[in-house]
Design a protein around this ligand. Structure first.
Ligand code: XMP
Length: 322
């Protein structure tokens, strides 16, 4: 059962919400310090700005480089926050995440491995080193809903699954956006003075590119889907879609290149129209655009011989493949 009360975007007063959440954050953290997990997505960026407004230098913001991020993302996210006056520490942790993901092919096991590495190994250490009492994170209502319904174990859901974070990891978790859906979060971001390219960014999942590799997420397979993601994001950034992505399949297929057989990789492209990620439908892309993406992916991503476009709706599909 969900015990959180949703605030629908029509009922949201962003300024009043910001004031109320800043008050609550100050009250909960008291004279102590808090750490904050920034991923660069809309939710964690809005949480960062809210918490920075509430706590100032008592907030320590970390970007965890888990090795699963998109091309250039760690550096660009740190820079964008610096422009907004928020200092961010980049924590280098790819080895820890890849060793936890080693040999795992089951979607829920992969998600669990990322959760454990993030909260226990990495943040357990950071909280201890910093002497903080709280971790702030950008969980939203949709994340809770899907986890509680047993659809996907969203990596950031803890309390709603009955996990006592203080006993398990040594810190309390504050989730200021938990009553909002994406539309509400974007409105709060805008009211906080974020640049539009930040509050309008398409969502990106916590498990990052590991959610877009079917089967084992090895450094090599992540590197491959990262390259395909560059192409798909370049080609689709002007389309008014909710979210778009490249997915690396586990099965390989026979292809032909330079008159020789090539048993290669398959990339699936998804592009979604959606309001709040609860339901979604495939964007009607032109055939020319689809063909251009296929040409670019097969020529720019080594070893890819097949590109498909998903035309399923959610449900029964989900937005991410894992
Ligand atoms: P699905 O794949 O469940 O995704 O249809 C719904 C929305 O949630 C994002 N997503 C996540 N976000 N942690 C997050 O913060 C996660 O573990 C996670 N998994 C999926 C997904 O990108 C989509 O916008």
């Amino acid at each position: 059962m969900i015990t959180v009360r949703e605030i629908q975007s029509d009922d949201l007063n962003p300024q009043a919400f910001i004031e109320e959440q800043c008050r609550l954050i100050s009250e909960q953290v008291g004279a102590s310090k808090a750490v904050n997990a920034l991923s660069g997505g809309v939710d964690s960026s809005v949480t960062t700005l809210l918490a920075h407004r509430a706590l100032g230098s008592r907030l320590l913001t970390y970007f965890i480089d888990n090795g699963l991020m998109r091309e250039g993302e760690p550096e660009s996210v740190v820079l964008a926050m610096k422009d907004l006056g928020v200092p961010v520490k980049l924590v280098d942790a790819p080895r820890e995440f890849f060793s936890a993901l080693k040999g795992k092919t089951d979607p829920e096991e992969k998600r669990q491995a990322i959760t454990d590495t993030f909260y226990k190994t990495v943040f357990g250490r950071l909280v201890k080193e910093s002497g903080a009492s709280h971790l702030l994170q950008g969980t939203i209502y949709t994340d809770v809903e899907e986890t509680v319904a047993g659809i996907k174990r969203q990596h950031n859901i803890l309390a709603q699954l009955g996990i006592d974070t203080e006993a398990a990891f040594g810190y309390k978790v504050i989730e200021p956006l938990i009553q909002l859906r994406k539309t509400g979060v974007r409105a709060v971001g805008q009211a906080l003075g974020m640049p539009e390219n930040m509050y309008h960014r398409p969502p990106f999942p916590g498990p990052a590119l590991a959610a877009r590799v079917i089967g084992e997420a090895t450094p090599e397979r992540i590197a491959l889907v990262r390259k395909a993601t560059v192409v798909v994001e370049e080609e689709l950034s002007e389309i008014e879609a909710f979210q778009y992505m490249a997915i690396l399949h586990e099965d390989r297929v026979t292809g032909i290149r330079h008159a020789k057989r090539e048993y290669g990789f398959q990339i699936e492209i998804r592009c979604w129209d959606s309001r709040d990620a609860v339901t979604a439908s495939p964007t009607r892309l032109t055939f020319e655009l689809l063909r251009r993406m296929a040409d670019r992916v097969t020529s720019e991503v080594p070893g890819v011989v097949s590109v498909t476009y998903n035309v399923t709706t959610k449900p029964p599909s989900t937005i991410e493949a894992v």
